[in-house]
Design a protein around this ligand. Structure first.
Ligand code: UDX
Length: 461
């Protein structure tokens, strides 16, 4: 029975069409990747302007390599973007939900877009006779796929999950700036399934998509709720590693001569640990780690459990942006009226994303203390301005940011920023005090001529 079903599914896979609901970086990247490997992909959105741009091969946001990939997808003839869900569902066998799940004011997850999309899929399925598989790829708190998506689709379509439509939850692990590479070369595929048929269909899609690559990439099948929690488990552990490294960095700073970079290298070489995400600094930001740690913390609290470890992970992260200002004030006790340059504003290099960027909190702390702040970022100025407005000045280059500054703080390790020379700091700044919030400069090299304060390291005086 199982082998018959698998054969049936695999044979059909050659003609499979996938609808992807959402044109954010996960939805659009997935659609383009499918199309360039010969799988018909239809992205659906309600934003007419974006839809037109996408069909013209122009990405509505910045992501490494996406413009080229999108052009390739459009010209392959396997890709299109449509307005609304109906047409995409009518022409496809599988629906992937890739809409945003932002954070609400109370830190819990906002499932508004998920609910809307589930209802829209339900309405479209009402008009369709064939079996359809629905796959949730957005990050959602455990039980959302079955109890919210599944139920809302049933309500709106009058159909039954497990009979008329299938349900899967497949968490994504794409990091911004690397999302195309992460899609083509995942380290594992997690398939949460309502029933075996749903999981078999999704697995067959990936067998078709990845081919031999799957020899090095395990596919793990489990129930919907476990798959939902894998995503949080993953991001919470990454965030925990960073906050752990930051806590160690604060301890390192208490002992003259200790350097956190060397310490974490030593720790990371333990084969059970590894060096990734042990980089101490101004802390984590972005669209995933802060939102996901907050969402699962709020979820646990709503169920009566207080997750102390995760609460501390968030507290330590928030403290790091206050700590930068205290490090600065050790060098420059009265920062009122002083000109402070923030080098890098985006939450990490390679993106213009400003969501939960540490630069925002650092700018606010400095402004509260009366400092005058000038920020520079190679790509994120427009996004930064949407959040910080005219509370800070914006420089068009490193030189302008440093010009006449009393101190500079390194926030995002863009190449252009990590390679600033000692001479340039000396040449442009009023007083060359540098707080290295990402540990990009070599203290041995820089400290002779300028005052370099490195996170997680106290100089032998
Ligand atoms: C992350 C996860 O990596 C990805 O798997 C998930 O799907 C989404 O969230 P992303 O938010 O794009 O991806 O960025 P990532 O490269 O993981 O960096 C997150 C934040 O942590 C950045 O602000 C970065 O500067 C910070 N970070 C990272 C550190 O402070 N120290 C480190 O050692 C590593």
């Amino acid at each position: 029975m199982i082998s018959f079903m698998k054969q049936y599914v695999v044979r059909d896979m050659n003609k499979i069409s996938v609808a992807i609901h959402g044109t954010g970086f996960i939805g659009l990247v997935s659609g383009c990747c499918f199309a360039t490997r010969g799988i018909k992909a239809i992205n659906s959105t309600f934003n007419k302007g974006n839809c037109e741009r996408i069909n013209n091969g122009e990405s509505p946001f910045f992501e490494n390599g996406l413009d080229e990939l999108l052009k390739e997808a459009v010209s392959s003839g396997n890709f299109k973007c449509v307005v609304g869900r109906d047409k995409a569902i009518e022409e496809s066998d599988i629906s992937i939900i890739a809409v945003g799940t932002p954070m609400r004011k109370d830190n819990s997850i906002d499932l508004y877009f998920i609910k809307q999309t589930a209802r829209q899929i339900g309405h479209a399925l009402k008009k369709k006779d064939e079996y359809h598989l629905i796959v949730v790829r957005s990050t959602v708190v455990p039980s959302t796929t079955r109890n919210l998506v599944g139920k809302l689709v049933e309500e709106a379509s009058g159909k039954k999950m497990g009979k008329d439509f299938g349900l899967c939850m497949q968490p994504e692990f794409l990091a911004e700036g690397r999302s195309i590479e992460d899609t083509f070369k995942p380290d594992r595929i997690i398939i949460g399934e309502l029933d075996q048929k749903s999981g078999d269909i999704l697995q067959s899609l990936y067998e078709r998509f990845y081919g031999n690559y799957l020899e090095n990439c395990p596919i793990l099948r489990m129930n919907l709720e476990s798959a939902e929690l894998v995503k949080y488990g993953n991001n919470c552990l990454l965030a925990t590693k960073i906050s752990y490294a930051n806590e160690m960095a604060r301890i390192a700073e208490l002992v003259v001569g200790v350097d956190i970079v060397q310490v974490m290298k030593g720790v990371g070489l333990d084969y059970r640990i590894n060096e990734e995400f042990l980089g101490a600094g101004v802390g984590f930001g972005g669209s995933c780690l802060p939102k996901d740690v907050n969402a699962i913390t709020a979820f646990a609290k709503s169920k009566g459990y207080n997750p102390r470890l995760l609460t501390s992970v968030l507290d330590i992260n928030a403290d790091q942006t206050i700590h930068v200002v205290s490090l600065l004030k050790k060098e420059l006790p009265d920062i009122k009226g002083k000109r402070i340059a923030l080098l890098g504003l985006a939450f990490k290099p390679g993106t213009d994303d400003m969501r939960f960027a540490p630069s925002i909190r650092i700018a606010h702390h400095l402004i509260d203390e009366g400092a005058s702040v000038i920020g520079y970022d190679p790509v994120a100025e427009i996004e930064a301005e949407k959040i910080l407005g005219n509370s800070i000045d914006y420089a068009s280059g490193v030189e302008e940011a440093l010009y006449d500054a009393d101190a500079a703080i390194i926030i995002t390790e863009w190449d252009e920023i990590s390679t600033i020379k000692v001479e340039d700091f000396k040449k442009y700044m009023k007083t060359p005090i540098i707080i290295d919030g990402r540990r990009v400069y070599n203290p041995e090299e820089y400290n002779n001529d300028i005052r370099l304060v490195s996170f997680g390291r106290t100089e032998i005086s």
